[in-house]
Design a protein around this ligand. Sequence first.
Ligand code: BJW
Ligand code: ZN
Length: 253
Amino acid sequence: MNADIARALIAEAKRIVVLTGAGISAESGVPTFRGPGGLWKSFRPEELATPEAFARNPCLVWEWYAWRRSLVAECQPNAGHIALARLALELPGRTTIVTQNVDGLHHRAARAVAGRADSAPAYPLEVHGAIHRDRCSGCGRVSDGVTDVDPTSVETLPACVKCGAMLRPDVVWFGEALDPAVIGAAFDAARVADLCLVVGTSALVYPAASVPEVTLQAGGAVIEVNLEATSLSRLARVSLRGEAGKLVPTLID
Ligand code: BJW
Ligand code: ZN
């Protein structure tokens, strides 16, 4: 059975890189981006997740992020996040979690499993940033996210305490460079991994979608967990169809 092969690959792997996307948080109540009920069903990405969109209509962009920030704050990590945190904590240094998600749920799962002091080995590389942080669009200063954003006018939007410029969510929009240290660490982990476990991503957005490709090129194997087939499915040694919150714990626990 495919799940048995996946379990054996995980058990035998010396180094594992995990790449997660919005699908792992779907069962926590965080909407995915594409597909039915996705965050972009009524808006095109270029209208909301680009620096041009922010320059054109910062109130609309902030309204969307303020809504998502409050939604995510109410969500809890699910059994998929918890199982991955356990995997990373079981043998520190063996597993690197790389996430495209900005929801912070992997962090929270790590703390739930290990407590604050010991949870660091299960912290993910967040290649697209974090929605609960703000970044100054002028001086780049990063701060805790403002929780009561008023997006009714440009004057009421949050401003930098240092330089007065407009704050923005500390996330990576289309056309923006990912932090080279963070994506570089993700590729390093992918290169030395004998296994890449890919969970709940459409694998459409680059450069993050290259993480499993790097493992494959280095001779490692890929396991995919997704509700649907993706472009990665035909390259995966094992491609499992189902909900991450149900499947991932059965592979790991
Ligand atoms: C379940 C499930 C359940 C559901 N269980 N599964 C190469 C080729 C072509 C284009 C490019 C390229 N390289 C770069 C580009 C351009 C662009 C890009 O990739 N475009 C493509 C869309 C074509 N990339 C960029 O612009 C990146 N920057 C860049 O390359 O900079 C270059 C540069 C260098 C130097 C100077 C300047 C520039 C940046 C990309 C940033 C992406 N940002 C977003 C928004 C983040 C902030 C926010 O959250 O608002 O990141 S876009 C959005 O997509 C978000 C996600 O992290 C990302 C990926 O989405 P994800 O996670 O895969 O979600 P979905 O919804 O697509 O899929 C969910 C999956 O889960 C589905 O498959 C479901 O079936 C499944 N599922 N429930 C299991 N319960
Ligand atoms: Zn500033």
